[in-house]
Write a protein that binds this ligand. Structure first.
Ligand SMILES: [Zn+2]
Ligand SMILES: [Zn+2]
Length: 174
């Protein structure tokens, strides 16, 4: 969705609300392709402040399917955050000082999809777990350990092996 924001950029202290619906059904990044299973309409608030700054605020709430970091099971994850964007207005056009090449605003045309995409990208969860105590998958046979232990597990449960494992883990942390 592209909205013309010339009115906000050209009239001092002008404010405007715009309700937008995201078109994307999949979120694709370097990390992979993630199906978006739910998305709420976004109420964007645009504000010209003294012809010096353009503020774009709003709230994003989507749910996407992502694989658990430990067991790789796909789980729905809420991605919820506030947009708080501040652009500089110079000679009637807006500049994003944080971005080398601003692709979401060309002239007066704000490409909402591209704008929100960049915001989702920086707010993407760093860690995804299907549950806090996910046991992961066995590194030897690939069994999902949440469903029960595999045969390889028995050796790891041996206290002497566990002690060895601790030393090994400590070694890895250095
Ligand atoms: Zn898991
Ligand atoms: Zn195993």
């Amino acid at each position: 969705m592209i909205i013309d924001i010339s009115d906000v950029l050209q009239s001092v202290n002008k404010e405007r609300n715009e309700e937008v619906n995201l078109e994307m059904t999949t979120f694709s990044s370097k990390l992979g392709d993630f199906p978006i299973t739910q998305k709420a309409p976004i109420l964007l608030h645009l504000e010209n402040r003294e012809n010096k700054q353009l503020f774009i605020t709003g709230e994003v709430s989507i749910e996407a399917k992502m694989p658990c970091d430990r067991c790789l099971t796909e789980v729905p994850v809420d991605v919820h955050f506030e947009i708080n964007k501040e652009l500089t207005i110079k000679d009637g056009s807006a500049i994003d000082e944080e971005m080398e090449e601003m692709d979401y605003l060309i002239g007066f045309e704000l490409d909402v999809e591209k704008f929100v995409y960049a915001e989702i990208l920086v707010n993407w969860p760093m860690k995804v777990l299907c549950k806090d105590d996910c046991k992961g998958i066995c590194k030897v046979c690939g069994t999902n350990l949440n469903g029960g232990a595999c045969d390889c597990q028995r050796t790891e449960l041996d206290p002497r092996m566990a002690a060895f494992q601790d030393i090994f883990n400590k070694f890895k942390e250095v």
